[in-house]
Design a protein around this ligand. Structure first.
Ligand SMILES: [Fe+2]
Ligand SMILES: [Fe+2]
Length: 188
């Protein structure tokens, strides 16, 4: 499956612009991690782009992401890519570095997006690691983002949260700000 085919699956199943952007953010972070580890950015990006494709049709953790697997299989996605997508579920086992990277970046991209969109500029260029750290400690902010999950995911991946992981994901998203709608275009 190529990116164009994966995007068609996203567009078909996901109507929410913010969910589409979330999946693009995870794709971008996964591509950055693939480059870091010398792995294939296409397949790493693909699992990021598709990981929540079934959330609107399977909006509970009893269904998502498990019930999406047959659809992806029917569309011709590789079994190993399907397995990685399934591994981001809360109870799933994360085996490969790619599985661990997907889990570690998933919620962090959401936090970075939320931090960008509360700034008057709505521009991710204005977001710093320091500002993320501040909001990280403010548990009432983006309360749905489980900080502990990100910490556990980062530890499982074997990278330092503040020295490596957060700067890495932030800079990857900053480099694609316009595609993510985080370049200030949302400012009124
Ligand atoms: Fe998910
Ligand atoms: Fe996600």
């Amino acid at each position: 499956m190529n990116r164009e085919q994966a995007w068609a699956i996203v567009v078909e199943h996901v109507q929410s612009d913010s969910l589409r952007k979330h999946m693009q953010s995870v794709e971008i972070a996964m591509r950055a991690y693939a480059a870091h580890y010398g792995e294939d950015p296409e397949s790493w990006g693909l699992v990021g782009l598709l990981h929540d494709f079934d959330w609107e049709i399977h909006p509970t953790l009893e269904q998502h992401p498990m019930d999406g697997a047959p659809i992806l299989r029917e569309r011709g996605l590789d079994e190993e890519d399907i397995r990685t997508i399934l591994s981001h579920g809360p109870m799933a086992e994360r085996v490969t570095v790619r599985d661990k990277a997907l889990y570690a970046v998933d919620e962090l991209t959401g936090l970075i997006t939320a931090i960008t969109l509360v700034r008057p500029s709505k521009n991710i260029a204005d977001v710093t690691v320091k500002s993320i750290r501040k909001k990280w400690k403010d548990k009432a902010f983006a309360a749905g983002v489980d900080r502990e999950d990100i910490e556990k995911g980062t530890a499982a991946l074997g990278v330092d949260l503040w020295e490596f992981h957060v700067p890495m994901v932030l800079s990857a998203m900053q480099a694609r700000a316009a595609d993510l709608g985080l370049d200030g275009q949302a400012a009124s």
